[in-house]
Design a binder for this molecule. Structure first.
Ligand code: SF4
Length: 154
């Protein structure tokens, strides 16, 4: 089951959006210099359908996007959560910040409006860095992924 450590309303994680970012725990990745080691632990509150609905009821009208940050231990559950967000709040965009370089084959990226890929490499920097290994994609209706990473450097 997905669990989350905390959440926040943020402005720079998804271009053109005010985003409710939900930080998921249990990250199975081990990026050297990990910026959030607490998110690698199996801690936090379950993000089941009821918890998601409660978050959306409280914050859904204050944001234009919900970003699921992490969740790489259970990608199918992240896709389920994305579909649940769309079902409950169809006006909101849905983003996934994955630390993987590629998504597992079983994932239907059309469940998302945005997908960030790429692990944390301190020497290369994050999405706003010219040298970053990370990529942010906007997912079009047919599943095509448009690389919008340069938007983070304007
Ligand atoms: S994706 Fe990498 S940086 Fe992010 S929590 Fe997991 S190990 Fe740490």
């Amino acid at each position: 089951m997905l669990k989350f450590w905390n959440y926040d309303i943020v402005f720079a994680e998804v271009p053109d959006h005010t985003t409710l970012a939900v930080n998921l725990t249990g990250c199975p990745l081990r990026c050297p210099g990990c910026h959030s080691p607490h998110l690698r632990e199996d801690v936090g509150d379950p993000l089941d359908d009821d918890a998601l609905a409660a978050l959306l009821a409280r914050y859904g009208s204050r944001v234009t996007c919900v970003a699921l940050m992490g969740g790489d231990a259970a990608p199918a559950e992240v896709e389920h959560a994305a579909r649940e967000i769309r079902r409950l709040c169809p006006a909101l965009a849905v983003a996934w910040y994955s630390g993987r370089d590629v998504l597992p084959d079983l994932i239907d990226r059309r469940a998302f409006d945005y997908i960030k890929l790429g692990g944390w490499v301190e020497s290369l920097g994050g999405l706003a860095s010219e040298t970053t290994n990370q990529r942010m994609y906007r997912i079009l209706a047919d599943g095509t992924a448009e690389d919008i990473t340069p938007r983070f450097r304007r």
